[in-house]
Design a protein around this ligand. Structure first.
Ligand code: AMP
Length: 548
């Protein structure tokens, strides 16, 4: 396809406000694409290379302005381009208005003067991306100049946008998915699946057209071709248990995400942005080669550790990730460990659709060491305990995962939750207590909490979680002298002690006299320095409740 035709169609797509019509235009483009279906389905999204391919053009705005100025002739400088941009607001419009091609005579013979085709653009940009080392900026500038110099105004508009990755056509991954399905009359699910597994819309569009649904079904994960990582939302233990009854709890490691591809002999490592970071992490490569028994794709986190193996802050791992020079020196100064927590593929078998715990079992069966622990629980107290243990061990916190969930590449869904730390704690007055049960029957086990309302106290919840045996004994000793009356297992206490309490949420509730209740209150500490007059007021509780 001529690049001019692509530009016309891109302009039509840009002008179309309705989603369904946009999908239809993308579908028509793909139907007419011929041999260029791969680059076209990428270009229309502002992408030059497949998503799994970490190749970058590395064209900054200033290089693009310089190339535009050079093609516009001696009277236009890069500064002129920039000031026009300030007026017009968008590089495509600037490029369209410039009278390019004034330098056509200067264009290198090999660039030719024939109309640009989509494959010319793809070839030149591939060559441009490969330019490396000293002189590479000049080489990139020359190649871009060569293209722009042959471009008509509308072509220049979309070429400039393409190299800067801002097509403004409103076409994203979903439109492409729906466009492929519509063009070749295939189920959206089948297209979506193939896109997830290959991370290559060009391959999927071509396969959809040439081999239909059976072809799409043959697209599988491939070792060496990274997929999007599954992502997490912020959430609470209550949300997790409300939704799934039981949650898998894992440590949240404070490092950098890595996708490990091992083909049985060699290892490649990809970052969350699918960049190849293998060369920066030779020690992880060694760990994986030693520990992995079979070809596999493994998901995990690389964490910097001290000499005892304790995690170091996340900034340390950044000193290692993506490093291109002095790798050996960096390795000597920062030690890293891989914590693997998921497994997408083992020995020819894709595991994305297997439930989480089964994937974890498979991971343990192929990886000897460095597999993250997980625990399945339905108890919010246990989740709090695991979180405390993770924080004490200097990790970032915990992840809560749906035990039945599949691995959904690129999905930031409800199945993985990163536990939100309590944003606020409350300082509340202890106005009552309940005797414990079983081996704790001889001391208080639950404490009634109240917020200040003027000179009175309005109850808001009970806390029994987050208190060690030792602390329980101390609290009993401290509070027993304050007992004013006793009714069965419940005692009324003189309001003298202030607890700092964490919680997940404040709810309206008729149970307590304040009209509010804390969801999952957790003892943090006794506020020794605070008297009840310094405790939090009901107004603050109300404010927090409305803000959350
Ligand atoms: P965030 O970057 O805050 O959105 O948190 C999600 C990130 O936590 C993931 O992309 C991983 O890099 C990281 N992470 C650490 N431990 C885990 C784990 N056990 N499971 C999933 N992601 C984890």
């Amino acid at each position: 396809m001529k690049f001019a035709e692509f530009a016309e169609r891109a302009a039509e797509i840009e002008a179309e406000p309705a989603d369904l019509e946009t999908i239809a235009l993308v579908a028509a483009l793909l139907e007419d694409a011929g041999e260029d279906i791969g680059p076209l389905v990428r270009f229309v999204q502002g992408r030059v290379f497949p998503a799994h391919d970490g190749t970058k053009l590395d064209i900054g705005p200033s290089l693009c302005y310089a190339a535009l100025a050079k093609s516009a002739g001696p009277n236009v400088s890069a500064t002129d381009v920039e000031s026009r941009l300030a007026d017009v607001g968008e590089i495509g419009a600037v490029a369209e208005q410039l009278d390019l091609g004034g330098q056509r005579g200067l264009s290198d013979f090999a660039n030719g003067t024939d109309p640009l085709t989509v494959s010319d653009v793809e070839e030149s940009l591939t060559e441009l991306a490969a330019a490396d080392g000293p002189g590479s900026t000049d080489a990139k500038l020359d190649i871009l100049f060569g293209l722009l110099n042959r471009a008509e105004p509308l072509e220049a508009k979309f070429l400039s946008r393409l190299v800067l990755g801002e097509m403004r056509t409103g076409v994203g991954e979903r439109t492409v998915r729906d466009g492929i399905a519509e063009a070749f009359d295939l189920p959206v699910d089948a297209v979506e699946r193939a896109l997830q597994l290959s991370n290559d819309c060009g391959l999927v569009a071509r396969t959809a057209r040439d081999d239909g649904e059976p072809g799409l079904e043959r697209i599988r994960l491939e070792i060496g071709r990274p997929v999007q990582s599954m992502l997490a939302q912020a959430g609470t233990a209550v949300e997790a248990l409300d939704a799934w009854d039981e949650a898998v709890v894992e440590t949240k490691y404070d490092g950098a995400r890595v996708q490990v591809h091992y083909d049985g002999t060699s290892v490649r490592l990809f970052s969350r942005n699918l960049e190849d970071v293998t060369d920066a992490l030779p020690d992880v490569v060694e760990q994986v080669t030693e520990r992995l028994d079979s070809p596999a794709i493994v998901d995990g986190e690389v964490v910097a550790v001290d000499e005892n193996g304790s995690p170091l802050p996340f900034q340390q791992v950044l000193r290692r990730f993506r490093r291109k020079h002095d790798v050996a020196a960096a390795r000597a100064s920062v030690t890293v460990e891989l914590y693997a927590f998921d497994c997408l593929h083992v020995d020819g078998e894709d595991l994305l659709d297997a439930p989480l715990e089964e994937r974890h079992r498979r991971l343990e069966s192929v990886l000897e060491d460095g597999v993250a622990d997980l625990e399945r629980t339905s108890a919010v107290e246990r989740i709090a305990e695991l979180e405390r243990a993770a924080l004490e061990a200097s990790h970032e916190g915990i992840m809560l995962k749906n035990p039945d969930s599949v691995y959904a590449p690129g999905d930031r869904g409800q199945n993985w939750l990163k536990r939100k730390p309590d944003v606020e704690t409350l300082d509340l007055v202890v106005t009552g207590a309940e005797w414990g049960e079983g081996r704790r029957a001889n001391q208080f086990g639950t404490f009634l909490l109240a917020a200040r309302r003027g000179n009175e106290y309005a109850t808001i919840g009970k806390v029994a979680t987050g208190i060690t045996d030792e602390q329980l004994a101390e609290l009993h000793e401290r509070l027993e002298p304050l007992v004013r009356s006793e009714d069965g297992t419940v005692v009324d206490l003189a309001p003298e002690t202030v607890f700092e309490v964490g919680y997940e949420e404040i709810q309206r509730s008729p149970t307590y006299s304040s009209g509010y209740a804390l969801r999952f209150p957790r003892f943090v500490a006794v506020r020794e320095e605070k008297s009840p007059a310094d405790a939090d007021s009901l107004e603050r509780v109300e404010r927090l409740a409305t803000d959350q």
